[in-house]
Design a protein around this ligand. Structure first.
Ligand code: HEM
Length: 237
């Protein structure tokens, strides 16, 4: 047992160990972002489709599976952030010269942008959880206003909540900005993750970069179409 812990701590102490954890947790988060976007797009299939989807998420496995998914997601977010912080510190220490001064002052602008976009995504996710999951500061938890009937059964009216949420311009604008930063983060992260996993060679690297841009664009268009359709084009109102 202690030798397993020993190996794990040596693995984490190495820079490649931390990089792998950032890559694997990033892959899990990419999977979530894609799945969540596909689910969100059900808004365009009408109230029943998205309300049924929301109801299914909250009731699968007697309401237990959503907590398994939430804990897995939380673990991926924590690992992604903590390993990135440790990796950045380790790289910074390695860059100091014998006199303790920075040997190279130029941190790549991409890595600076990654930290900035990463922190904005974190702020967005906290806001988003308050908005649509905990539903504080609004009436979305009021069953008199947000109940819909589905096959004769009362369920939470996710459709009306999203329409009302994005009818407020500041919320829509904030979502669009946050999703744009998320996509910037994804377009860099997507290709680097395959490089870390050892799947990108000199020859295939441009291909992974293109795939990263295409994936980020898909997430941008898919997610932003919702606030834009509701706020700017009055969809569902
Ligand atoms: C415009 C785009 C988006 C829409 C319309 C949207 C909609 C929603 C809704 C309605 C819920 C609550 C589901 C429920 O409780 O029934 C939710 C939860 C959530 N969303 Fe989004 N979302 C969007 C973008 C995003 C993005 C880009 C991320 C991540 C970066 C994200 C992360 C989450 C998370 C972590 C939850 C909590 C899941 C849970 O534990 O219940 N969302 N979203």
């Amino acid at each position: 047992m202690s030798s397993l812990l020993d190996s794990l701590s040596r693995f984490y102490a190495s820079s490649i160990g931390k990089k792998l954890l950032v890559a694997l947790s990033g892959l899990a988060l990419i999977g979530f972002v894609l799945g969540h976007m596909i689910g969100n797009l059900l808004i365009f299939a009408g109230p029943d489709a998205i309300n049924e989807y929301g109801h299914m998420l909250h009731t699968m496995g007697h309401g237990g599976l959503i907590w398994v998914a939430r804990l897995g997601l939380l673990a991926a977010v924590v690992v992604h952030i903590v390993a990135t912080i440790h990796l950045t510190r380790q790289n910074k220490a390695a860059r100091k010269d014998a006199y303790g001064k920075e040997a190279t002052r130029v941190a790549s602008s991409a890595s600076r942008i990654m930290i900035f976009s990463g922190l904005t995504i974190l702020a967005f996710v906290i806001y988003h959880l308050m908005h649509f999951t905990v539903r504080v500061g609004n009436e979305y938890n009021n069953p008199a206003l947000y109940t819909a009937m589905l096959d004769g059964q009362p369920v939470h009216n996710v459709y009306k909540m999203v329409i009302d949420g994005f009818s407020w311009a500041p919320a829509s604008v904030f979502y669009i900005i946050a999703v744009a930063l998320l996509c910037n983060h994804l377009s860099h992260g997507f290709a680097s993750l395959f490089q870390t996993l050892g799947l990108a060679t000199n020859k295939t690297w441009p291909l992974f970069q293109k795939a990263g841009h295409a994936f980020a664009l898909l997430i941008l268009v898919g997610n932003c179409s919702i606030p834009i359709a509701i706020w700017l084009f009055g969809y569902g109102r």
